[in-house]
Design a protein. Structure first.
Length: 77
């Protein structure tokens, strides 16, 4: 698999959970380059996939590309 620009990949999968293996971060340690390992609109499906691969990858990153919570709201994952 090729190394991808993470912010660009996030735009390709709206309203989905994405899981990356991270190869490069910016000066604020935000992931910018990596390999897309999995994606799904279902967090449970992505969690199930991730749990089968615990310890396989060194530095990973999971993000939801859907709407962000409004200011002042809390989210429980």
């Amino acid at each position: 698999m090729e190394i991808l620009d993470i912010p660009e990949v996030e735009k390709q999968y709206p309203d989905e959970w994405l899981w990356f293996e991270v190869y490069e971060t910016d000066e604020l340690n935000r992931p910018i380059k990596g390999k897309l390992l999995a994606h799904s609109p279902s967090r449970a499906a992505l969690d199930e996939f991730m749990n089968k691969r615990v310890g396989v990858y060194h530095h990973t990153y999971r993000i939801y590309t859907g709407p962000k919570p409004k200011k002042g709201m809390a989210v429980v994952l």
